[in-house]
Design a protein around this ligand. Sequence first.
Ligand SMILES: *Cc1c(COP(=O)(O)O)cnc(C)c1O
Length: 407
Amino acid sequence: MGVEDRADALAADARDPLAAFRGRFAIPDDGPLYVDGNSLGRPPRQVREVAGALLDTWERELVGGWEEWIGLPLTVGDHLGASLLGARPGETVVCDSVSVNLFKLARAALTTRSGAILVDATEFPTDRWVLDGLDREVRPCSPEPAAVAAAAGAGPIALAVFSLVHYRSGARADLRAVTEAVHAAGGLVLWDLSHAVGSIAIDLAAAGADLAVGCTYKYLGGGPGAPGFLWVRGDLLDGLRSPIQGWFGAAEPFAMGPAYAPAAGVARFLAGTPPVVALALVRPGVDLLAEAGMAAVAAKGAALTQRAIDLHDAWLAPLGFTLATPRQPERRGAHVALAHPDAWRICRALIERRRVIPDFRRPDVVRFGFPALTTSHAEVHDAMAHLRDLVTTGEHHAVAATARRVT
Ligand SMILES: *Cc1c(COP(=O)(O)O)cnc(C)c1O
């Protein structure tokens, strides 16, 4: 039995130690074949219960509910940090969006150092644009030690901002080696973990990293618009100040005093009132990943992406696809990018005619995300089989090439 047989996928599912976790997510029986959980993760079942309890507190206790709510950015942050990031207590906080957190940490880091910012020219746009707005030289650099050393040769470095897993290709950087290269060049490193957290095992402390930001609505299943997180290595905290001197980041928010003094610890990177409803819903997804353990989650992600790559080689390469994701498992995350000149129409045809939901990334990539707790081997098989059949029959030529606001 080879990988092209559906029975091979079913056998892998029967052996999967994480298979039971799927039942702990709300997955409608008649729903689509969903392979876009790296863009918006599926909701854990427990979310309804947590949301209901929160409404009860709001209805009954009104403003008194704040006694319980006010600590959430730090308690959810510590839980997320310990379970998924290799963080120590007091280093992680859940707040704001990735864009805002990136701004706060990058601005704080830049006040401690002169020199340029390094960023990948193919980095997610919000990261590049936030950095472009900081009035510093921005120097393009890929997240590789040799590239960092070469970029540093052109003048001093203050800060390097890199994605651990690239949003489009799924390529994974070497966390420790790149961190060491940035340090050797005299800079601080800020990792964007948006596509890495919940998909691969991360140990920020062991890598000696400085700063990080990331998303909770992708692999963590926090829900649409769920707040991001930020992480600061403990020994750096005293020396960094948030550029947004908001009351929630102050030492005593309710003292209502004349002047701002930053809170001790990572709380100083809070700005305004936390989005309590959205924040409370982040915990169930973190709980499930913590229970499964990131070593097992990462191993399954590697196996699912390997199946997609093997099926690409067998079925899709002959149809004009090229694999845009690295082949070595330790060099990728849990999504796979397939490039094709007709990617946009192929992606729309999969959605409209086959009820298979990946996403499209300009200019020519169809992206398939396989969160380990909600994706089966059979789903990977079926998604690739639909893709093969659709392109073989030319079905995608029947789809209008009109653009949409969200791709
Ligand atoms: C998803 C993602 C973001 C999202 O930023 P928000 O401000 O939370 O919308 C940022 N950077 C990267 C690399 C991402 O993948």
